[in-house]
Design a protein around this ligand. Structure first.
Ligand SMILES: [Zn+2]
Length: 263
């Protein structure tokens, strides 16, 4: 959770709470101006000024009153019962961790609503004073330590959902979810094609001609024994069954394809 996301979220909350206030102010201002135009029209016996001044002035006045009424009648509950927003956070994973799966512990920085004013920042006794507990901020910074199981087989952009770990909900509403988006660092030795992996092994030409055994490094630092059949050609591709990437969900592994290169 970075600082920018928190700020965006707080600004959105602020805009949502006062949708009509600004419009009502400007409508009132315009209606006052137009009515003055209408009065000038009467003084100057100008029927166009009278008509437009009073006609547009009354429309603007109506909008102003409508704005004030809807703002006043906005139920307190509607502003305070909002489901928490979902959050997204990038998570760096090495190629080896994507191959085996791993546990990750990290600190999640988020906010908690003030329990006394339920996030409004104002004292609940409608005295329009600021809440003394949070001094009007409505929320407190909150940090939580999370432990997450990264399943084997994640790739670039895999979303791992942590239910209820997003922004808190207001009132009785449920919190949002946290989505961890995995950023898998590449490993120069391996190329991934869906759940298959491709790698290259360098062997002396003598072994290729006579046949033999070599060790092929796997992404998790194991060495996999590979049988080189006699008369193997330069550039030939061999296969290690089910030593590729696991598929997310099923756990079934792809193959590891090994290209032979003579040294
Ligand atoms: Zn408060």
């Amino acid at each position: 959770m970075n600082q920018r996301n928190i700020l965006e979220y707080l600004n959105k909350g602020r805009m949502r709470s006062e949708p009509w206030h600004g419009y009502a102010f400007w409508a009132g201002f315009i209606s006052l101006f137009m009515i003055i135009v209408g009065i000038f029209g009467i003084a100057q016996h100008n029927i166009d000024m009278i008509f437009f001044g009073f006609f547009l002035g009354l429309i603007a006045l109506g909008l102003c009153i409508y704005g004030i009424i809807t703002f006043r009648h906005q139920p307190q509950g509607a502003k305070q019962e909002i489901r928490g927003q979902d959050l997204e956070q990038a998570l760096d994973v090495t190629f080896s961790e994507a191959y085996t799966g791993t546990m990750r512990t990290f600190n999640l920085k988020t906010v908690r609503y003030c329990p006394d004013c339920r996030g409004s920042g104002q004292a609940l006794d409608s005295s329009r004073k600021i809440c003394p507990t949070c001094r009007g901020f409505g929320r407190f910074p909150h940090e939580e330590r999370l432990e997450v199981q990264i399943p084997p087989g994640v790739e670039m952009g895999t979303r791992i959902r942590l239910a209820g770990k997003g922004q808190p909900g207001r009132g009785t509403e449920s919190p949002g979810d946290l989505y961890l988006v995995t950023i898998v660092s590449p490993d120069a030795r391996f190329k991934r094609v869906e759940s298959d992996l491709h790698t290259t092994v360098e062997i002396p030409q003598a072994i290729a001609e006579a046949g033999g055994k070599v060790d092929v490094p796997a992404p998790d630092r194991r060495s996999l024994p590979l049988t080189i059949p006699a008369r193997t050609r330069d550039g030939q591709m061999l296969r290690l069954d089910e030593q590729g990437m696991p598929q997310l969900g099923t756990g079934e592994r792809g193959h590891l394809y090994v290209s032979v290169k003579f040294i």
